[in-house]
Design a protein around this ligand. Structure first.
Ligand SMILES: [Fe+2]
Length: 241
């Protein structure tokens, strides 16, 4: 069994630093790894990234993250990534990592993902260049996740995204914005590998539990949804959490 702690959308700035830390200090007793599902900051500035490093750096467990759309807002992604990686946080974008845990080798493949919508109600690769560019971004992001998932050699495989791979976990959000909250292509990528669990954030008003068309368990771990510092999932033959 592998114990995975996860949270997304913590949206840190100076006024939030320290709020999560007491619970984070207890992680080594309850989890083997902490996964962050993006939107670590409010506007993606280097100074906000330093707040994230302060809050999530130096924990007793490995920390792996993807970035969210907020982390892109100020066009400082390289600086944000450097601050996080200097704090020992692994940042995934179309890439994966294998972590040795007492319960086996945990593979985590991650990508921010993008919008586009879900089957029957989605953007299509047609018409104006801007629309084609939008859908191309969606497809490239999902393709990168699928490749990263299929390449990992591990005992248990987890997909980590910011945008949602399924509509199930968006329930509670206005239907009109579903195409900006996720895309079915991410779900297809997750189903293209023996993924045991898919974690995402972004949908602050969504729902915790869902399933891909292929039967992979999906959990929305956005902080406003889980309402705690992190959720812990016990992953083995069965998923608990
Ligand atoms: Fe968010």
């Amino acid at each position: 069994m592998i114990r995975i702690a996860a949270v997304g959308d913590v949206h840190l700035d100076e006024d939030v630093v320290g709020r999560f830390r007491p619970a984070l200090e207890e992680l080594p007793g309850s989890a083997d790894v902490l996964l962050l599902a993006g939107d670590l900051t409010r506007h993606g500035t280097e100074s906000e990234a330093r707040c994230v490093a302060q809050e999530f750096g130096g924990l007793g467990v490995p920390v792996v993250t993807v970035l969210g759309n907020h982390d892109h807002q100020c066009d400082q992604v390289p600086q944000v990534v450097k601050v996080l990686e200097d704090a020992g946080i692994t940042v995934l974008e179309g890439t994966g990592v294998v972590l040795e845990t007492p319960g086996g080798r945990l593979g985590v493949a991650g990508v921010k993902g993008f919008g586009g919508g879900f089957a029957g109600r989605c953007a299509s690769d047609f018409g104006e260049p801007e629309m084609k560019a939008f859908v191309r971004t969606t497809n490239e992001s999902a393709d990168a996740l699928g490749r990263a998932l299929r390449e990992l050699d591990c005992d248990l495989l987890v997909a980590l995204t910011h945008y949602s791979p399924v509509p199930d976990t968006l329930a509670g959000e206005p239907l009109e914005i579903y195409p900006f909250l996720g895309s079915y292509q991410l779900g297809q990528a997750i189903d293209s590998a023996p993924t045991a669990l898919a974690l995402h954030g972004h949908a602050h008003h969504g729902t915790e539990r869902g399933t891909t068309p292929g039967g992979v368990r999906v959990r929305n771990v956005a902080h406003p949804v889980i309402k705690q510092a992190y959720s812990v999932f016990h992953l083995g033959d069965h998923l608990v959490g």
